[in-house]
Design a protein around this ligand. Structure first.
Ligand SMILES: Nc1ncnc2c1ncn2[C@@H]1O[C@H](COP(=O)(O)OP(=O)(O)OP(=O)(O)O)[C@@H](O)[C@H]1O
Length: 810
């Protein structure tokens, strides 16, 4: 794999103490972290005691890194072999294993063995603590067994933040913390008797456990920190901390103690706060690095290109994040930059029962097996119980499946993997099924207090974002009974109902937006909701103008008359005939009957080609032989009453717009008018401009060969016919300049450009269309779309492929 310019620069950064690498999901943070190890080893690890540590968040991630490297090409494998050989100079370890080792030393030193308390033991100690402290704080309502769960959580947080004295807790900002379980009305004010009481609970709780020879995971970390501080064993010259946004304060302090600061040492925090999913994490909540003793000003680098997923999946995932101001306001928030890698938009399905969802997965996985190994498919749910029951269902249906174990994850065997959203962090699969995205389950419905629930919603939203951004190629999402409110926040335009079909998921349309109402008898019928959705889909997604749609279209079946719910009429030889017919049923009522009805209509009227039956939940498309087909055809120009293809030509050479029409079958027959004028322009000479591909592919080296499609333009619109080509626009980075996906850009092949030109530029072997703005030795490539950040590049890293001189717009 070839790193991009920014990634390479980070790998080769000169070590200057603490530094921060911020990046969006899939931007290569882990990749960069691993590559950097060898760079440090080769150039900044020359003293005898120099050692390098890469810390991963958990064992799954550690195993995953090993697994990924084992599958890489030769050059990378050499990297891997160097890393995973029994090399005393480099260690790749989980934060837990590091701390557990130190905890062991602590126990040996004090000569006492401490066991991890079970949930029940912790609960018991908490109840004792509540009763004990209540005596001193009789007025504090929170001191009640009813709130033991919340108090336990708060105590864990106090310990995780190493607040070892009451004053620190009294003045702490409880960023991202709820104020109480079950809708406790009090907010936990600073310097209050409430906080004093909670801190006493914390002390007494620890005492109780210790008496029993017990400890908690968070307390164990504190012991480890105490031990490392005693031994002052600064063991590593370079430390790279992956997923640092999820570490607790104690864990961060612990790593700081391991850092052996020298003139050539480095401490690299690799983070993405948008993926911070643990409520006890310290930096992920937006706290500054100064809170752990580091000033990162001028020491941070950003990776914003998501290489893992397609633009379609990234866009849908980002919609979730965009809807939450508190996530975007985080100091270290990085807006993802989209890359020109396109694929299938996420598929969303809604089901009435878990059995329907299971059946859908079974059918879909069986179909996917033609293109994917089972090990490339992963099913992800919010809760363990959902993956357990899904695993059982899949195995029962004969699909080899297994839950990915945290400690010993099996990535190799050819089985569908199942995992929770928390555990999939850092991993990736070609196909992801996110199941049970149900109301009340994600986000969990835990607090009556609106502020508390909002805080929890943000955490849960990030969790779903993590899940969505794990997919390399295909993302499925599904809900049962009632969809999660997050689903509604993802614009339907970014989702599909079915694989390889353009149909978007069902959405209920308000009656005020109903279309073709003049053809309706009963606006209130239950089927109408479904029909209106399908009308909109036929119009917006498939491009059939409303004038072509007829409702209650009459089909003559011998002596009987039938009426199909929608007919899409097309023109052929001047006459309109039905082309697609549709039957709709009440939401969720099944489509078998509708499919049978369609078949008889298609038999009766041999002019119709396709039928579509749907109840909003299920959809089936058939051809006139009754065979199932993947999708409906989109509207084509020849379906319309006229046969000319009409476009607008925006001539960037003179800034004028023209109405442009070409015959569908004889492209050289063109008519051109200045926009809005009646008079046709005289065309003395025409040139054929070949369509050689799309913008993402750029202009190939041998662009002078003959190509199938060409657009004919007046000679004066181009500069030099032999160096003029056309490309289809694939992305939406220039919508502000009126250039949209599907438009055709006319490009003059050239290697230079002037300020303000729209150019096809190649960066890292990838072509892209941008506005060109030179700035000294660097070049600013600007998108005309606020969603995309400008890219500043060194001139030598940018290759100009051509200049856009005109746009043929639909
Ligand atoms: N320059 C590149 N070219 C092609 N693929 C890349 C490049 N950089 C990274 N990738 C690929 O993108 C995917 C994501 O990389 P990686 O896991 O390192 O990202 P990350 O930022 O750590 O992701 P996350 O935070 O979401 O876990 C991997 O499949 C990796 O191989």
């Amino acid at each position: 794999m070839k790193l991009n310019v920014e990634q390479r620069r980070i790998v080769e950064l000169e070590p200057t103490g603490p530094m921060l690498i911020k990046g969006v999901a899939g931007s290569g943070k882990t990749t960069v972290a691993i590559r950097r190890i060898n760079f440090l080893k080769d150039h900044y690890s020359h003293e005898e005691d120099d050692r390098i540590l890469l810390v991963t968040y958990n064992k799954t991630l550690l195993q995953y890194i090993k697994h990924q490297y084992a599958r890489m090409a030769d050059a990378d494998q050499i990297t891997a072999e160097r890393l995973f050989s029994s090399d005393t100079e480099v260690e790749i370890l989980t934060i837990d294993s590091l701390m557990f080792k130190e905890f062991g030393r602590y126990q040996r030193r004090i000569g006492k063995k401490l066991e991890l308390a079970t949930i029940e033991q912790m609960h018991k100690a908490m109840i004792l603590a509540i009763h004990h402290v209540k005596k001193s704080y009789p007025d504090v309502k929170l001191l009640s067994p009813k709130y033991s769960k919340f108090l336990l959580d708060e105590v864990e947080w106090i310990l995780a933040c190493s607040m070892t004295d009451a004053e620190t807790y009294q003045s702490a900002d409880r960023i991202g913390r709820a104020s109480g379980d079950g809708g406790t009305p009090q907010k936990l004010m600073k310097n209050s008797s409430l906080r004093a009481a909670i801190f006493d609970v914390c002390l007494y709780f620890r005492e109780q456990l210790e008496k029993e020879g017990l400890t908690t995971y968070k307390q164990m970390n504190l012991y480890a920190l105490e031990e490392i501080r005693r031994s002052r064993k600064q063991a590593y010259t370079h430390i790279i901390i992956d997923e640092s946004q999820d570490l607790t304060r104690v864990q961060l302090q612990f790593l700081k103690e391991l850092y052996n600061e020298k003139a050539h040492s480095s401490l690299m925090f690799v983070a993405d706060n948008t993926q911070s999913i643990y409520p006890l994490s310290w930096l992920g909540k937006g706290r500054p690095y100064t809170s752990i003793g580091y000033d990162m000003s001028g020491k941070s680098r950003t990776l914003s290109k998501n290489y893992r997923t397609t633009t379609e999946i990234s866009t849908a995932a980002f919609h979730l994040i965009e809807a939450d101001e508190s996530i975007r306001a985080n100091v270290d928030f990085v807006k993802p930059a989209l890359i020109d890698r396109h694929g299938h938009p996420p598929i969303y399905r809604f089901f009435l029962t878990p059995q329907q969802q299971l059946q859908f997965l079974i059918d879909e996985i069986k179909m996917l097996q033609n293109d994917y190994a089972l090990s490339e498919i992963c099913v992800v749910a919010r809760e363990n119980r959902h993956i357990e029951s899904m695993a059982e269902g899949l195995v029962h249906a004969g699909i080899p499946s297994g839950i990915l174990q945290r400690n010993e994850p099996d990535f190799e065997s050819d089985k569908v993997k199942l995992v929770t959203m928390h555990s999939i962090k850092g991993l990736e699969f070609k196909v992801i099924f996110l199941i049970d995205l149900n109301s009340g389950l994600i986000p969990q419905d835990r607090y009556a207090d609106a502020d508390d629930q909002r805080t929890l919603d943000s955490d849960e939203r990030r969790l779903l974002y993590v899940g969505m951004t794990r997919a390399n190629e295909l993302l499925y999402m599904s809900s049962v009974k009632k969809p999660s409110k997050f689903i509604k926040e993802i614009d339907r335009r970014h989702m599909r109902m079915k694989k390889d079909a353009s149909l978007r998921p069902f959405e209920s349309i308000p009656m005020t937006d109903y279309r073709l109402t003049d053809q309706l008898v009963d606006l209130h019928s239950k089927e109408e909701v479904i029909r209106q959705w399908l009308v909109r889909e036929l119009q917006e997604t498939y491009g059939y103008p409303l004038e072509l749609l007829e409702l209650e279209f009459q089909v003559q079946q011998f002596s009987k008359k039938g009426y199909c719910d929608i007919a899409v009429m097309v023109y052929a030889g001047g006459d309109a005939r039905p082309y697609i017919i549709a039957e709709v049923k009440r939401f969720g009522s099944g489509i078998e009957e509708a499919v049978e009805q369609l078949k008889t209509y298609l038999e009766a009227d041999s002019r119709a080609f396709y039928g579509i039956a749907t109840d909003g939940l299920e959809v089936k498309i058939i051809d006139r032989n009754g065979e199932e087909v993947q999708d409906l055809p989109k509207c084509r120009a020849q379906f319309l009453p006229e046969t000319k293809s009409r476009r607008v030509y925006s001539n960037l050479k003179n800034g004028k717009l023209y109405d442009y029409a070409a015959e569908e079958d004889a492209a050289e027959h063109i008519e051109v008018k200045e926009a809005g004028q009646e008079v046709l322009l005289q065309i003395h000479e025409k040139v054929a401009v070949p369509l050689i591909g799309n913008v993402a592919a750029g202009i190939p080296a041998l662009a002078s060969e003959s190509f199938e499609t060409a657009y004919y333009l007046p000679r004066e619109w181009v500069l030099s016919p032999r160096e003029t080509f056309s490309l289809t626009v694939t992305g939406d980075s220039m919508i502000g300049a009126g250039i949209h996906k599907g438009d055709i850009v006319i490009v003059h092949q050239q290697n230079t450009a002037s300020n303000g030109d729209i150019v096809i530029a190649v960066i890292d072997d990838e072509a892209t269309m941008k506005k060109y703005m030179p700035m000294g030795n660097e070049i600013l490539l600007v998108s005309e779309n606020p969603e995309y950040e400008p890219i500043l590049m060194r001139s030598e890293d940018v290759h100009i492929n051509g200049r856009v001189i005109g746009v043929l717009k639909k």
